[in-house]
Design a protein around this ligand. Structure first.
Ligand SMILES: CC(C)(COP(=O)(O)OP(=O)(O)OC[C@H]1O[C@@H](n2cnc3c(N)ncnc32)[C@H](O)[C@@H]1OP(=O)(O)O)[C@@H](O)C(=O)NCCC(=O)NCCS
Length: 72
């Protein structure tokens, strides 16, 4: 057990399917970095999202599988 309390990520702001996928798992959008990355010929905005241990444990309590919760 790593004892992690906060897991965060970055995604390109225009990557709507990735952001929606992270939201479905329980990540929340906490900020936007403007022109953070130069890619595809221009500076890109990046969204940062995070999830707290308590939020994750509420969403996926011990004994539940992610597939059950998300109805995959
Ligand atoms: C991220 C990834 C795994 C998602 O795969 P997926 O679940 O098959 O993608 P879907 O097309 O089903 O989209 C996931 C969700 O985003 C939504 N979505 C897709 N395009 C969207 C758009 N343009 N605007 C808003 N929502 C959008 C879908 O409706 C779906 O949500 P829902 O289930 O509530 O309807 C896939 O897009 C991928 O492999 N992308 C390339 C790699 C990548 O981008 N990785 C993330 C880097 S940060």
């Amino acid at each position: 057990m790593l004892g992690l309390n906060n897991i965060y990520l970055y995604a390109l702001e225009h990557n709507k399917s990735a952001i929606r996928t992270y939201e479905k798992v329980g990540f929340k959008k906490v900020g936007v970095f403007r022109e953070m990355l130069f890619s595809m010929g221009k500076f890109q905005y990046m969204v940062t999202m995070d999830i707290l241990k308590g939020e994750f444990m509420n969403r996926f309590p011990p004994g539940h599988t992610i597939g059950e919760t998300l109805e995959l």
